[in-house]
Design a protein around this ligand. Structure first.
Ligand code: DQA
Length: 146
């Protein structure tokens, strides 16, 4: 089983970006703990972060046939990107959307979500732990899908 973890804009700044909202761990810290969790679960994991919408669209497009599923924090593009939603719909890979914060209890402009409709589920609000919970959810889904 092989999983691709995608992170969108400004998540490369984790650790120093609004730590009261997103926590103090860096993206490298999160990826390291995901790598350890993946090893324990016996799955392979790759990581990709970009601030560029087109680069994320391309990476999703290339994922079909290479990966069994996706874990994706589209960050601000969650609220704006038809292109990312379309990419997820096109590749038809099961995707779990992740957020460190809970966008639903934040500003009005974060209430719009264009990507979630192309995902099997979402984990949000548990800071870095959201990613591990998303991995468990995706593995469970992949093992149990008929
Ligand atoms: C975020 C939530 C988004 O609203 C925001 O634009 C981000 C991070 C999160 O992980 O909580 O960049 O996706």
């Amino acid at each position: 089983m092989k999983i691709l973890v995608l992170n969108g804009p400004n998540l490369n700044l984790l650790g120093r970006r609004e730590p009261d909202i997103y926590g103090r761990l860096t993206l490298a810290d999160i990826e390291e703990s995901m790598r350890g969790h993946a090893r324990k679960c016996g799955v392979e994991v790759d990581f990709f972060q970009s601030n560029d919408e087109g680069a994320l669209v391309s990476r999703i497009g290339e994922a079909a046939g290479l990966y069994d599923g996706l874990i994706f924090n589209p960050a601000a593009y969650t609220h704006t990107s038809v292109a990312l939603r379309d990419a997820l719909m096109a590749v038809k890979l099961p995707c779990v959307e992740v957020h460190l914060s809970n966008p639903q209890n934040r500003e009005d402009f974060r209430q719009a979500n264009l990507t979630l409709g192309a995902c099997i589920g979402q984990v949000s609000g548990f800071r870095d732990r959201s990613y591990i919970l998303a991995m468990d959810g995706l593995i469970h889904y992949l093992k149990n899908k008929s």
